[in-house]
Structures are given as C-alpha cells and as structure tokens.
Design a protein around this ligand. Structure first.
Ligand code: ASP
Length: 354
C-alpha cells in the first residue's frame, strides 16, 4: 500500500481546537489532520444522530461482526427510537399522514446491495434491506412488495405514526394553505397553544464501517422528507446516491435534500474520488461543491447570492480508516467511533450560515 494512502486524515474537534490556536478559520481547519499510523482497529462513522449507532457498530466489529451487519444493527437503535422523527418509528409521515421508510445497505466483500423504498408498517427498514441483500437476487423492493416481503420474513407490522409525528403533520396540514377549509392558528376562535407548524424537515441516519480487516459495510435509513408526496423515494435507498461502498476504496453516504444527491450520484462520486486517491474529507467537499454548482441551474433552489437554499451532508470513510464529512452550510456534525472512542465531530462546509 502506498505510504500516503495509509495515513489517516481526521477532521476532528481536536483539529478544530488546534486550528483555533493557530488563528485559522473553522473552514480552513476542516482540511484534515494527518496521523502517520495506519488504523489499528475498526472505524465507524455516521450522521450526527448516530452516536449510539457508531458505538454499537464499533463494539460489534471488535467482536468480529460483518461490517454490513454491524452498521444495520447500529442504525436499528435509531430506527426504534420514537423520539428521532427522521427515521423508523416516530418518523414524520407523508402528505397523507402515512410513514413511508427508505433504506439501503451494501456489503463490501461481495459488492452486494439491498434496498427498500416507500416501506410501510415496518420499523427496521435497514434490516429488511439487509434481508433483500442476503436472501434474494434483487437489489430493491418497493411499496406493497417490500411490506409483504418484510412480513414474510418475520418483521412485525406496526403503526409507525407516533402521537408527536401525527401532531406535527396536523399542524403542517392546517397551515398549508390559507384558502382551504382547515383553520389556521390566527383564524381560530379558541386557542390551542401548541399550534405551531413544524416546518418541513429532513433527517436520516447514514452509517459506514470498516473492519480491522479492511472490509467495508454501509447503510442509510430514513423516513425521508416530511410530508412528501406519497410514493416519493429519496436518495437513501438509491445505491450510489444516499449510500455506496466499494471494498477496494471506501464507503460513503448522504443526508439532506435527497433530490440533489440523486441528481449528482453523491455517494458513488465520493467513493470514486477516494478510489482515485482523494482523502475522504476532500471527496465530501468536492461533491458538496458539485451539488452547489449544479443547483444554480434551477433558480428556485438558490438565493440571491447564488447559494443553495437547501443543505446536504456528505460522509466518507476510506478502506484505510480515514474519514471526513462536509455539508453545504456550516454547523454540520457527524459521529465517529474508532480506537479513540465514540464522539461527535464538526463537518467541513462550503458556506457560513448568516
Ligand atoms: N435524504 C433524505 C431524503 O431525501 C432526507 C434526509 O436525509 O434528511 O429522503
């Protein structure tokens, strides 16, 4: 292995602190810190809501688990958490108040993928995606087919809509259109003081892992864009968009505006760049720049200064255990677990929030 490629690049909270001492900006500090030793154990990364997920996946990898199984088990904690309104149980519903989940998983050693989209009534979408990978010759099942497949494989059917998510949907519905028959807050004769609309939200968990052997696994699971048109599928279950893994190079994933990630094949682009020798952090920033640049072709997506009105967050992990993350807008974070323990780190970014 080339000496350079064995070096570890970490854009970490400690890197930011060190950079602060040197008087450079957080943006410049995101460039990476080099450690001159190769990884000595498993490394797991995830979106910022994945601290428990990386902790669990790392423990499983230490115990010898397969990396694809480890990441699916890790994200399962978040899928089962009713308080995370972006994934699994408690995820925000679609326009018709029905929760539809998307998930994908990829196994580096066999280069096999599994995915489900618009899956209803099943908490563990990532586990169903893993079943597709392990037990079928297909890659993706959607809608009613995915739901039936889950049931046939012993996944219980369960209503995923929590009271909190239903309330959020109701507020959105009531305040959607001034001219409809749903009364907005200011049109009502009595006061229900929780009547604040929750704006449309995105949220997802991505998790990638490399075992000490260098084998990779990757997974993304989500309830997708809140209040989406029923049947809408985001980037999370699309292999090469919200998740991709190549056992010779690395694994990557994305969260945020799925339409933008799909149209730039985000995860595949990052893995390709890592395969060409780019550090994970630089690969994330390069794809963030590409997405921002392409958004200029659709005027409604950019502000008066030509910057995207949306955000995406990109995560990448190389076969050598280097990792990075970048978003379009500042403030992004991600979770990591390696020999230094589980933690949250700051992501690089293109634009500072005003
Ligand atoms: N990327 C997801 C989607 O578009 C949503 C998110 O990550 O927030 O479905």
């Amino acid at each position: 292995m080339h000496d350079q490629s064995r070096r570890r690049f970490i854009q970490s909270a400690s890197a930011l602190t060190g950079a602060g001492l040197l008087g450079v900006s957080a943006r410049a500090a995101s460039i990476t810190t080099r450690l001159s030793r190769p990884p000595t154990g498993p490394v797991v990364i995830a979106s910022a809501n994945g601290l428990a997920a990386v902790t669990k996946a790392h423990e499983l990898l230490i115990g010898g688990a397969d990396p694809a199984v480890a990441v699916v088990e890790g994200v399962g904690l978040v899928e089962a958490d009713p308080n995370d309104m972006s994934v699994g149980l408690g995820g925000l519903p679609n326009e018709d108040c029905i929760v539809e989940l998307d998930a994908s998983v990829m196994h580096g050693p066999t280069h096999k993928a599994g995915a489900v989209a618009a899956l209803r009534d099943t908490v563990h979408a990532a586990q169903v995606a893993l079943k597709v990978l392990q037990t079928t010759d297909h890659v993706m099942l959607v809608g009613e087919g995915a739901r039936a497949f889950a049931r046939q494989n012993g996944f219980p059917h369960q209503d995923l809509l929590t009271p909190r998510a239903r309330e959020a949907w109701l507020r959105w519905k009531q305040q959607l259109n001034n001219g409809d028959d749903w009364l907005d807050v200011d049109q009502r004769d009595w006061d229900l003081d929780t009547n604040k609309a929750i704006p449309r939200t995105t949220g997802t968990i991505h998790c990638s892992a490399v075992a000490a052997s260098g084998d990779l696994g990757s997974c993304t699971t989500t309830s997708g864009l809140s209040y989406k048109i029923p049947g809408r599928v985001g980037d999370s279950p699309i292999i090469g968009a919200g998740m991709f893994c190549d056992n010779t190079a690395g694994a990557a994933g994305a969260t945020g505006r799925g339409e933008a990630v799909i149209q730039s094949c985000g995860a595949h682009a990052m893995v390709t760049l890592m395969g060409q020798g780019m550090s994970p952090n630089d690969a994330c920033q390069a794809v963030a720049r590409t997405i921002a640049e392409r958004s200029k072709l659709q005027r409604r997506l950019i502000d008066e200064r030509g910057r995207p009105r949306f955000d995406v967050k990109l995560y990448a992990l190389s076969k050598a255990g280097e990792f990075g993350a970048a978003s379009i807008w500042s403030g992004g974070r991600f979770a990591v677990a390696d020999e230094a323990g589980p933690r949250i780190e700051a992501a690089a970014y293109l634009y500072e929030r005003d």
